[in-house]
Design a protein around this ligand. Structure first.
Ligand code: URA
Length: 466
């Protein structure tokens, strides 16, 4: 009997079973099994009656190195609803076996298609973060939200809600699955229907009043608003009941504001940021505050898409109270310009907010913060990350990388590619600009500076596509 033409059935436990896909794909690719020979099947039911169940697992597994960028891409793409995603990813994996740079050809239709799927997933993840609205349950046990994602993003996104609403008991219900957090443990359950979640609650009136008060008519752009907040999400968002009225009244309100010179309310997040900054000014979480002049908090637009994280303020920053204004700051500024990044559009901060030094005569000599100081100070960085929620955080040097990633990291291995962050967004890692100031060999200094600018450039390009 001819079994060659029978497809191989590759079973996946669920629609986002990345591990299952990876383990089977590794085996297939080791045997050069063509993509057309495999049927990827989510769940138990057999959709292809002619498929042989499972591959006879080959002994060897793929041993070629797979670029990190592919893993990141695959983890996003797997959340897409496109039924062909498993086969498409496998086709790329086969190509990577022959050509480790296959992913770099962005004009290739297959790569282009996968990038498009990943982008749609990231967008859906962002929408869920922005548009989930919790409502308090009658029995007061917690909060429940109903949401209808376009893709299979609920599991990938749950960590964000855990971090953001750690102290609440909540459930997010979606048609496909639900996630529940009891302040301690996150668990998954079956999907539901909209009616399973409360349709309104007692705090809704307050929320609407708040929304109406922060609605700034001078900033209204109806087209942009509809693009950012598509109508299909409106039914679950209490404030949207106000939108048409607010839009209609926007011109009149704007005119009144100009006439009476009423200052528009602070943009969302600004009050929060001011509070955190003020609290940080009195920080005594470790001993570094005793010798430093002041806390040097981050600065920049609160809607920045890129956050730069340095190590700690230096001598001049400690005096000025602003990050990166000394010699390392000048190196950074030049490199940013060379990479086409506008510092004014970035949020710039440090992993450690106080200057650590030893006094030698009149000079204050920089000392590296230790792991304990970095970890204690991460509390402030986490607050900044929560408020700014940048698409990318660029860690400058090993201290920043430890703080951002929460683990010790080697620059040479972490550099040059995105690293997905648990709470959303991604991190990139590069050298600290002061490293360039320490290099004595001019040839090496020039080369390292070129690589630094290249890293910044890569981040800039990445910002354009995510
Ligand atoms: N080095 C840093 O890491 N941060 C600063 O703000 C200045 C120098």
């Amino acid at each position: 009997m001819d079994t060659v033409s029978q497809p191989i059935l590759a079973r996946l436990a669920d629609p986002v079973d990345f591990d299952g896909w990876r383990d089977q794909a590794r085996r297939f690719v080791a045997d050069d099994i063509p993509s057309e020979a495999i049927v990827w099947q989510v769940g138990d039911h057999l959709s292809d009656l002619f498929a042989t169940v499972g591959p006879p697992p080959p002994v060897q597994v793929a041993i070629f190195p797979v670029p990190r960028a592919f893993i990141d891409l695959a983890q996003s793409v797997i959340c897409h609803r496109d039924p062909e995603r498993f086969a498409l990813l496998y086709s790329v994996l086969l190509r990577l076996k022959r050509d480790s740079r296959a992913l770099e050809d962005k004009s290739d239709p297959l790569i282009h298609r996968l990038e498009g799927l990943a982008k749609a997933v990231r967008r859906d993840i962002h929408k869920m973060r922005a548009f989930v609205r919790f409502r308090k349950t009658e029995d007061k046990v917690g909060y429940v939200a109903w949401f209808e994602p376009e893709h299979h993003i609920v599991r990938a996104n749950a960590g964000f809600f855990v971090r953001r609403f750690t102290n609440m008991n909540w459930s997010i219900l979606t048609p496909e699955m639900s996630v529940h957090w009891d302040g301690d443990v996150l668990c998954e359950g079956p999907g539901g229907v909209a009616g399973d979640a409360p349709q309104s609650d007692a705090v809704e009136a307050q929320w609407k009043a708040y929304y109406a008060s922060i609605f700034n008519p001078a900033r209204l752009k109806v087209g942009a608003m509809l693009k950012e907040m598509p109508r299909k999400y409106w039914k679950n968002m209490p404030e949207t009941a106000l939108v048409s009225g607010l839009i209609a009244g926007a011109q009149a309100r704007e005119a009144r504001m100009i006439e009476s010179e009423i200052r528009p309310p602070l943009p969302a997040g600004e009050g929060d940021w001011n509070n955190v900054k003020t609290a940080a000014a009195h920080c005594e979480r470790c001993a570094l505050h005793k010798c430093a002049t002041r806390t040097v908090f981050g600065e920049g637009p609160l809607d920045a898409r890129l956050m730069l994280v340095g190590e700690q303020p230096g001598d001049q920053e400690d005096v000025a109270g602003r990050p990166f204004v000394g010699p390392a700051g000048r190196v950074l500024d030049e490199a940013l310009i060379a990479a086409g990044l506008d510092r004014a559009s970035l949020y710039v901060t440090n992993a450690v907010k106080h200057f650590k030094f030893i006094q030698r005569g009149k000079r204050r000599i920089h000392e590296r913060p230790n792991a304990g100081e970095i970890d204690v100070c991460r509390w402030w960085l986490d607050q900044e990350r929560r408020i700014i929620a940048p698409a990318i955080i660029l860690a400058l040097g090993a201290t920043a990388a430890r703080s951002v990633l929460g683990r010790q990291t080697t620059i040479s291995t972490a550099r040059g590619h995105p690293i997905a962050l648990e709470g959303g967004g991604e991190a990139w890692v590069t050298i600290h600009p002061s490293y360039l100031l320490r290099l004595e060999d001019p040839v090496m200094a020039a080369e390292e500076r070129r690589r630094f600018v290249e890293d910044l450039h890569a981040v800039r390009r990445r910002l354009e596509i995510i």
